[in-house]
Write a protein that binds this ligand. Sequence first.
Ligand code: PLP
Length: 410
Amino acid sequence: MIPRNPRLAALKAGYLFPEIAKRRREFAAAHPEDPRRPETRIISLGVGNTTEPILPCITEGLAEGAGKLGTAEGYSGYQDEGLPELRKRIADVFYRGAFSIDEIFISDGAKCDIGRLQLLFGPGTPAVIQDPSYPVYVDGSVLIGAAGAWAGTGYTGICYLPCTAENNYFPDLSLVPENALIYFCSPNNPTGAVASREQLGTLVNIARQRGCIIVFDAAYSEYIRNPALPKTIYEIPGAGECAIEVNSFSKPAGFTGVRLGWTVVPKELRYEGGESINTDWSRIASTIFNGASNIAQAGGLAALSEEGLKEIRRYCDFYLRNAALIRGALQKRGISCVGGDNSPYIWAHFPGRDSWDIFTEILEKCRLVSTPGSGFGPSGQSFIRFSAFGRLSDVEEACRRLSAFRMTTN
Ligand code: PLP
C-alpha cells in the first residue's frame, strides 16, 4: 500500500468553510426555519462567494465566446498562457502597459495560481504570511513543505506576521527572515485593511534587502475607492524585481464560478542564481495547466471593454454599499470594526471573546452566519469577519437583526 503524504496529515483539520457549513446545518436542524416567520430565516454573511448576477455586457461576451466555438472560423482549442488580446488588455488596463504580454499569464483563478506558484520554490523556502490570512497561503505552504511547515501539526516553519488592532493591521516587517516567500494580500481578506503606498514601499524595500519574493494577492483591488491607495504592488518602484502579482475576475465581475484570473511574473524577476522565474512559470503553466477556458476569456475581454469596466465598477459599488450598511449596523451597537470602505470585508473586534463563541452567539441570537476570525490564523482570535457578498434584502435584514443584537457581555 502507498503511504499517505504526511503533509496532508499536517493540514489543520477541516477547511474553515466546511466547518461553518456544518455548524449552520446543525443549528438549522435544531432550530428549523418557519416559512411564515421571516425572522427565523438563517442569513449568511459568512463566505466570500459572489451573489449578484453577472452584468449584461460581460454575459454577452461569455455567450459570444461560447457561440464562436460552434463555428469553423471562431473555434479555438488549447490556448496555454492565454488569449494574446486579453493579456494585452490586462497589461493596459491594470498596469498602464508596463508589462509585455509574455509577463501576463491567464489562469483559472487566483487561488489555483497561488497553489501552483509554490512549485517555483522548492520545499525548504520559508513562507512569511500575514496573520490572519486567506487560508490557501498557509495550507499551500504546508502541502509544498515550506521550510518544515509540514513537519508537525503546528505549522512550524511558517513565519506569521501578526496584523492586529495595535499595528493597525499592517505587520512588523522587521520579523521577515532572509530568502523567504512573502504572501501579502491588499485589500486584505479577512481584515479588509488596505496597505498605503508608504507601507507597500517598506514591504518592497525589505523584500529587496533580504532576498525575498513577494506573492502579492490583489484579488480585491477593484474595491479600492480611495485614489491614494495602491491597487497593484507594481505602483511601487522596484517591485518588478521582487514581486509576483495574482489577480482575478472573481470578485470584480462575479466570475467565482466562471473561473478566470491572471498572474504577472515580470521578466526582471530572478532566482538567487540569476535564472528567469518568468521562464520557469511558463514551463510550469504549460506542464500542469493547459490554460483557462476560452469562453471565460471571452467574458474577461468583454469585462475589460469600456462598457465592461463600467459594469465592474457598478458590481463592486453594489457590494461596497452592502459593506457600508453592515459596518454602520455594527458601529451603532458600539462594536469596533475596520474594512468595508475599500474592501468587501468588515473585521469586527470583540475583545476578550473567543471567535467561535461569538460566531455561535450571533448565529443563535441573530440567525446570522459569519466567519470566526480565528479560522484565518491565531491573530484572528476575538474577531469576526462579515462579508458584504449577499443579496441586498438579506443584508438589510441582517443589519436590522444586528442593530437589535445584545452581546452577552454588553
Ligand atoms: N485571493 C483572495 C485573497 C481571496 O479571498 C480569494 C477568494 O475568496 C481568492 C484569491 C480566490 O480567487 P479565485 O476565485 O480567482 O480563485
